[in-house]
Design a protein around this ligand. Structure first.
Ligand SMILES: C[S@@+](CC[C@H](N)C(=O)[O-])C[C@H]1O[C@@H](n2cnc3c(N)ncnc32)[C@H](O)[C@@H]1O
Length: 275
């Protein structure tokens, strides 16, 4: 279940997953980031600042951020795999991409960054990986540097129907096998404090994933249901499902219940500082 760097990751990479991540940035920016790139108003980016986006995927957040940073700012996207990295023509001149797991960032990045951002990798990290990653983020930040983590709480915040319950059972067996906690997002504030961060602020936001919520709900739906569908090959390979058709039929029913119940996913935004 683990790859050579110790990460547990079942979601597809590249191709349609890259497109999904890029589209998702617009929805998340609106619902979670109050239409900005960072939630903490006290983070004042200076000319020449350095920003790391760990588990960057397609670099969707990083490329968006590159439009809004001051003169001379440098942006670094790191990921355990380069498969979803943007094509070279789409990389802004002030952005750099490299392969590095969140749990083992390069030694030359000691005290290098003003900001570390990481989003939506909670389905790949066990509690022990989170603790290692947080101490890496602490190491690579300058004193006074800012951390922002944005993660999904995989427990449904609203009442669930029979098919969603069935899907949750599948999720439970995946998590029992991978050791990835369902509620990691809700512990990030406490884990950040344990890693030595101060001024930790943990805030809940919501991404609607149902037509009931209008256009934004439809976009949230596309992002989240797209992820569940892009898990098909990973689940098949790991033996969590026996047939892609059966899994697809289950998701068709989940879709109907999301619409019926007006489901929203809870997202935790954790902002903190290195002292
Ligand atoms: C769902 S994508 C999110 C990408 C991006 N953060 C975003 O929000 O658009 C998760 C990414 O985490 C990466 N990943 C998985 N395990 C990782 C690890 N241990 N360290 C760094 N990246 C990891 C995957 O390769 C994938 O690109």
């Amino acid at each position: 279940m683990s790859d050579t760097t110790g990460s547990v990751y079942l979601l597809a990479r590249g191709g349609s997953e890259r497109d999904r991540l890029n589209a998702q940035q617009k929805t998340v920016r609106k619902c979670v980031y109050d239409d900005r790139i960072l939630n903490d108003d006290t983070v004042l980016l200076q000319p020449g600042c350095r920003i790391l986006d760990s588990a960057t995927g397609s670099g969707a957040w990083l490329i968006d951020a590159a439009q809004e940073v001051p003169e001379g700012a440098e942006l670094y996207g790191a990921d355990i795999s380069d498969k979803s990295f943007p094509p070279p023509n789409d990389v802004p001149s002030n952005a750099h991409f490299s392969v590095a797991p969140a749990t083992a960032l390069p030694h030359e990045w000691d005290g290098y960054f003003d900001v570390v951002h990481q989003r939506y990798v909670a389905n790949a990290l066990r509690a022990s990986d989170w603790k290692t990653a947080l101490s890496e983020f602490h190491r690579v930040l300058k004193p006074g540097g800012a951390l922002q983590l944005v993660e999904i709480d995989f427990r449904y915040p609203t009442s669930v129907g029979p098919t969603m319950k069935k899907y949750e059972e599948l999720q439970r067996s995946v998590r029992n096998s991978t050791g990835v906690p369902v509620d990691a997002a809700s512990h990030l504030g406490a884990w950040a404090e344990e890693a030595g961060f101060v001024n930790v602020m943990a805030q809940k936001k919501y991404v609607p994933v149902s037509k009931k919520w209008g256009e934004i709900g439809q976009r949230g739906f596309d992002a989240h249901m797209g992820a569940l569908r892009n898990l098909t090959q990973g689940y098949l390979k790991a033996g969590f499902i026996q047939s892609g058709e059966e899994y697809s039929a289950l998701l068709d029913d989940v879709e109907k219940e999301w619409d019926e119940f007006g489901v929203r996913y809870t997202i935790w935004v954790v902002c903190a500082r290195k002292p």
